[in-house]
Design a binder for this molecule. Structure first.
Ligand SMILES: [Zn+2]
Length: 264
């Protein structure tokens, strides 16, 4: 069976699961964090690009099935041993310009909180990361004024290193320097040190135990990976997993079915 057909079947199964109340029952036992990268309608959808209409449909789905909260509320719950099942938080990685121009207005209209994890070395530059080198037109990064504006609109800003390095392979000195640089830039731009941290790339292989210790030492209160999992209601804030949502999910119901099938 080809991919589109599989997605269609998963979407149909998701609709059925929703209709008979399985989503409602199951999601109460999971703490979910989703992450997006780019929201725009001029790029083709891919693993990190999602069209605005679809993004809005995902948001409506989140609102229908979860208590959508700030990621910091989930972290606070984790730190206090409070069960956070049934909650979902929305995050964005890297700092793409369309986060400010497209995603934030949609979130505000729907009244949903979100956190933006920025690679501080990208902000206000025209840097071309390796994964975007093939693109004829670059999607661009937010400026520091735009990052501040997001904060002023009530969104949270988190750290995502300075140069988006792979913490799973770098030596401790390089990691310490990256974390310090990223923290200093955010502190300078926003007037307060960041407490939230999301791993660049976010795969299991990018999250070494030693780098996790360094993130903790640097003063962060959490570590968010992104290898597709959901979290138990009471979770370790330094081992939170996220589901990356891009073009791969054809519909919210397909995503709902994936959440249903993941073990917390
Ligand atoms: Zn990233």
């Amino acid at each position: 069976m080809n991919e589109p057909a599989k997605k269609k079947i998963k979407s149909v199964l998701g609709r059925m699961a929703e209709a008979v109340g399985i989503f409602a029952r199951d999601f109460r036992s999971k703490m979910v964090v989703v992450t997006f990268h780019r929201i725009n309608d001029w790029m083709e959808e891919d693993g990190i690009t999602c069209h605005p209409v679809k993004f809005e449909a995902f948001c409506e789905f989140f609102r229908r099935h979860f208590r959508v909260v700030r990621v910091s509320e989930q972290i606070a719950g984790c730190r206090n041993g409070r069960a956070m099942g049934g909650t979902l938080s929305i995050t964005f990685d890297d700092g793409y310009l369309d986060n400010f121009e497209v995603a934030a207005p949609i979130l505000r209209r729907l009244g949903l909180p979100a956190a933006f994890f920025v690679a501080t070395g990208f902000i206000g530059t025209d840097f071309k990361p390796p994964w975007d080198e093939h693109l004829a037109r670059q999607p661009g990064w937010m400026s520091w004024d735009q990052v501040r504006s997001l904060r002023d609109q009530g969104f949270e800003i988190g750290a995502h290193t300075n140069e988006h390095i792979d913490l799973g392979t770098k030596d401790p000195e390089a990691i310490r320097a990256e974390l310090a640089r990223c923290r200093a830039k955010l502190q300078e731009a926003l007037g307060a040190p960041p407490t939230l941290f999301a791993y660049p790339f976010g795969g299991r292989e990018n999250i070494s135990p030693s780098s996790l210790d360094l993130v903790r030492e640097a003063g962060f209160e959490c570590c968010l990976g992104a290898f597709g999992g959901v979290n138990p209601p009471v979770a370790d804030p330094f081992r939170l997993n996220r589901i990356s949502v891009g073009g791969w999910f054809a519909t919210p119901h397909q995503l709902g079915l994936e959440i249903l099938l993941r073990r917390a």
